[in-house]
Each structure stands twice: as C-alpha cells, then as structure tokens.
Design a protein around this ligand. Structure first.
Ligand code: UFG
Length: 349
C-alpha cells in the first residue's frame, strides 16, 4: 500500500516508516523538519528500494497534501506530526493548537478532497489527564479530561476525527479511523539505525542515559512524595517497536464506521526509581541523582489496560521488561553521542 506518514522524520514516525518499508509498503513521508531529522529518513532510504519519498512540508499546507495524496495514490494516512512537550504546551498553547489541531484539520480536508478514507492517529494517554486510582489500569472508557494544552489538542483532534467520520458516513462515503493512545514511548530500534534525538531532551530514560554518559551533570527525580510505594511517579514504558506494531495492526484491521481508540502500553507500571535502577544496571555507571520537587502536571500513576488492542488487534508487547527498553536506548546513544548529527558527521568523513 501507499502510506502517507506525517512526522515520518521524527522519533516514532521514523520507526513506523522503517516497519512499513519492511512490510513491503511504499512510504510517503511529510515532515517540516522542525523537530524531525532528515538523516533518519536518509538512513531508511538507503534500504528502501525506491519505496521511500520525502517531502519537507507542514501538514497545514492542505493544497500540497492533497496533491501528494493524489500523485501517490495514497491508501492510508498515518498522522504522527505534532508538537509533544507538555510543559512547552503550557507556555505556548496557541502554537500547540495551531500545529496539532488547525494543521490537522487542513490534512483531513485534503483527505476529503483526495478521497482518502483510512486514517491512523497518534493520540496520547495525556487525554485522560490525572485519572483517580479507581481508573488504574486505564481502559479506553476512562473519562478524558486533559490537564495540559498538549493533552487537550490530542483530545480535540480525536473529537474532530469522530465528527469527520460521522459526516462521511452521512455522505455515504465512510472512513476508517484508528486512534492510538500512547503511554510513555521509549527505546530505539534494535537494529541500531534509529533512535530518540530531542532537543531539549526531557524524557526520563534518555535523560538518565545522558547522565550515565556524562553528558549532563547528574539528573533530578521530580517528586519523591507521591502516594506510590517508593514515592516516585509510576509510568508505563512501551517499546517504540511494539508501538509501531500496533499501528500496522490497526491499519490492517480498522473498519469503516465509528473511530476506534486503543490504549497502547506495556500494561505494567514502573516507578522513576525503578527506571533509574534499570539504567544503572544496564550501563553499569553510577551518576548523581538529586531529589527535586514535583513537576507540575505529573499524575502519580499511569499505566494501561491494553486488553482492547490485544483482543481486537491481536497485538502484544514483545518487550515486557525495562532492561530491554533501556539497553536499546543505551546502545543507540553510545553509537550516536550527538544523535543524528553523529550520522551526518560519519557520512561526511
Ligand atoms: N522525570 C524525572 N526526571 C527527569 C525526567 C522525568 O523524575 O529528568 C519523571 C517525570 O516527573 C515523570 C516520569 O519521570 O514522573 C516520566 O517523565 P517523562 O518526561 O519521561 O514522560 P511523561 O510521563 O511526562 O510524558 C509522557 C509522554 C507525553 C504524554 C505524557 C502524559 O512523553 O507525551 O506522558 O502524561 F503527554
């Protein structure tokens, strides 16, 4: 199939492109490179046998999106392009609404004009906000009440997709929509080609590994007084390759009609202290860890009940322990001390 992957030069999008190419699909990548990496796409292109196309563009350029969909006879859109920092969304909400909602609307309108009827959307567990303990593990039925503009933009786009789907059903041109609500995505592809390269990096596992590599002067644990067994926050760290496997299964199985949402997580919660212990075990490096106050907006416990994805998508995680997740990041960051800039440098030399 010919698949348009927005944000395909980014962390999760590039892993999806890699998997789709391996499955024999043709990947049409659109990325404005504001956060994505051209080198990620270049590396994939080297083994794509001409089945990878790259276009530098915002998805908000609806005319261009329509043209690409028609020119490439697109069957399915996988929409990863988004701004995704919770803290930044609090500081710059308009930018988040513009990028994650307004540009997404342009993309959907282009789908309408080009008669593209299959859409897979990257949503987030951030749409649930701060669920009470009675909702843990989180099912898709948990009330959605985001506490950040980021989470709100993801929920808004879910609602827009639902309205779009209804309108297309009324018009007798039904669409198939899957919405994947990610938990904490982590890890790197185990062949060593792709990884996580964010500036600034704020996610727990890469931050800890940067500390282990001596790239930062230790690190902080945000909050040690949560109502959890060791006082630190509990999260569900799903390996990025398992996450993209859920996309492929959702794409293959989604049905015309009402959009379907799926929680995508390992289904196990690990505390911040447990993650740091795993990083120290894998790297065999000890680094200074400071205890700091809570970070605003961090819920105490979030982990998924992924039964719906298991039952309906026949999906399962292949990585069910922290060590394997951490090892893949450790391997990538050792091989790429400057992220994708290391790839660019080795290509030039
Ligand atoms: N943490 C630290 N120190 C750090 C970084 C993180 O203690 O240097 C803690 C955080 O406070 C949190 C946990 O580690 O308790 C995980 O934090 P991350 O920043 O790695 O991830 P988040 O849980 O904040 O974010 C994830 C996704 C977001 C999504 C959010 C929903 O990355 O896209 O979950 O809560 F919106």
């Amino acid at each position: 199939m010919n698949i348009l992957i927005t944000g395909g030069a980014g962390y999760i999008g590039s892993h999806a492109v890699q998997r789709l190419l391996r499955e024999g699909h043709t990947a049409i990548v659109v990325d404005d490179l504001s956060r994505g990496h051209r080198e990620a796409v270049n590396q994939l292109d080297a083994h794509a046998d001409g089945r990878l196309y790259f276009y530098e563009s915002s998805v908000g350029d609806g005319t261009r999106m329509e043209r690409l969909m028609l020119d490439h006879d697109i069957d399915t859109v996988m929409h990863f392009a988004a701004l995704a920092y919770v803290g930044e969304s609090v500081e710059q909400p308009l930018r988040y609404y513009h990028n994650n909602v307004s540009c997404g609307i342009e993309l959907l309108a282009a789908c309408d004009r080009a008669a593209v009827s299959r859409f897979v959307f990257s949503s987030s567990c951030a749409t649930y906000g701060e669920p009470g303990d009675e909702h843990i593990p989180l099912t898709e039925e948990c009330p959605q009440s985001p506490v950040s503009p980021y989470g709100q933009t993801k929920l808004d786009f879910e609602r827009i997709l639902a309205a779009w789907s209804t309108s297309r059903q009324i018009a007798n041109e039904p669409v198939a929509v899957a919405m994947l609500r990610y938990f904490n995505v982590a890890g790197a592809d185990r062949s060593g080609t792709l990884g996580e390269d964010h500036a600034p990096e704020t996610h727990l596992i890469p931050v800890a590994i940067e500390a282990a590599l001596g790239k930062r002067d230790g690190m902080a644990v945000f909050g040690t007084d949560y109502p959890t067994p060791d006082g630190t926050c509990i999260r569900d760290y799903v390996h990025v390759e398992d996450l993209v496997d859920a996309h492929v299964r959702a794409m293959d199985r989604m049905q015309l009609g009402t959009p379907r949402a799926y929680n995508i997580g390992m289904g196990r919660g690990f505390s911040v202290r447990e993650v740091l212990a795993a990083v120290k075990r894998v790297t065999n490096v000890s680094f200074p860890v400071r205890e700091e106050p809570r970070r605003a907006g961090d819920p105490a416990r979030l982990f998924a009940c992924a039964d719906r994805a298991r039952n309906e998508l026949e999906w399962n995680t292949t990585v069910n322990d922290l060590e394997t997740v951490v090892e893949s990041v450790w391997h990538w960051m050792q091989q790429h001390p400057d992220g994708y800039a290391s790839v660019a440098a080795s290509t030039k030399s």
